[in-house]
Design a protein around this ligand. Structure first.
Ligand code: NAP
Length: 266
């Protein structure tokens, strides 16, 4: 663990967790890792809370990929991005001492709206109409017009995001070792006039998805990047694909994605 000298605690509920943060700070200091007050100085960014807090830690730090993220839960729930529990702090301490911690790389999605500056997400991107009408859009894979979508909207998930919203929509759970983006429909209309694939599909890094939204109706689309809403006026084109950015997280060696899937779902 010699690469890590500094840690920043990202704690959206800091007031409730003040004592815990002070205790964690002492523990890391004993491991030779000093607490810093700005994220730029941090080799480790530790989120205190659940998966939603972990997602915010990554987002608020601009999807930095030159540091590692570490999720520490303060309640008894099981999480996906959060690998450590405060109640098992001795285990974390031992793992750091024994160098028994692995770095895991999670790919982020890159989303470009109307040729603007790209944004990133770790779970998923969603696009929906905000009016009662279904939204129509042409769905391209690379430059190939694959289908014409008519329905509530479309979701594109990373492998780690596959267990979130994507799973609730009937999408598959994807092993994060598979570098793929999953595209899942939100209530598509399928009849003799409108036809879409109707099932989720996986695309690899070389096959970005482009959505061209029907200009005849103003759908005021609502878009989300993980747990944040995105408001862009006059959205016409959205390009989504796996980016070259990887978010590095620290995990215990014997705690794989499938251990977590079993703990959370079975
Ligand atoms: P939230 O609406 O407060 O919580 C949504 C739930 O999704 C929480 O239980 C959250 O876990 C869990 N979650 C987040 N990422 C996950 C993942 N990768 N695998 C499995 N579960 C995950 O929002 P939030 O906590 O800020 O999380 C945002 C995420 O919520 C979105 O990215 C989306 O995946 C998910 N979401 C799901 C639905 C749905 O299933 N119908 C609808 C909207 C959003 P924690 O309890 O650990 O925070």
């Amino acid at each position: 663990m010699d690469n890590y000298k500094t840690i920043y605690f990202f704690a959206p509920h800091a007031e409730e967790n003040n004592e815990i943060i002070t205790h964690l700070s002492d523990i890391f200091s004993g491991l030779g890792i000093e607490t810093v007050q700005s994220t730029e100085e941090a080799d480790i960014i530790a989120s205190i809370g659940g998966d939603g807090d972990f997602l915010q830690a990554v987002r608020k730090n601009g999807f930095r990929d030159d540091c590692v993220y570490l999720g520490i839960a303060v309640d008894d729930s099981n999480y996906f991005y959060v690998d450590f529990h405060y109640r098992e702090i001795d285990m974390l301490k031992e793992a750091f001492k024994q160098d028994d911690v692995d770095v895991r790389n999670y790919p982020a999605l890159k989303v470009t709206i109307n040729d603007n500056k790209p944004s990133y997400c770790l779970n998923e991107f969603t696009l929906r109409s905000s009016i009662i009408k279904t939204i129509k859009m042409d769905v391209y894979i690379n430059d190939f017009l694959f289908e014409q979508f008519n329905g509530d909207g479309i979701l594109a998930a990373t492998p780690t995001g596959s267990t979130g919203y994507n799973k609730s929509l009937g999408g598959a759970v994807v092993d994060p070792l598979i570098q793929a983006m999953q595209v899942t429909e939100l209530a598509s209309v399928n009849n003799n006039t409108h036809r879409t694939l109707g099932t989720s599909f996986l695309l690899n890094r070389e096959r970005p998805l482009t959505l061209l939204i029907d200009k005849n109706v103003d759908y005021y689309p609502i878009m989300s990047l993980d747990n944040e809403a995105l408001s862009v006026r006059n959205t016409e084109k959205v390009e989504i694909g796996l980016s070259d950015k990887f978010i590095k997280t620290l995990k215990l060696k014997n705690n794989t994605f499938w251990h977590k899937a079993q703990r959370n779902f079975l």
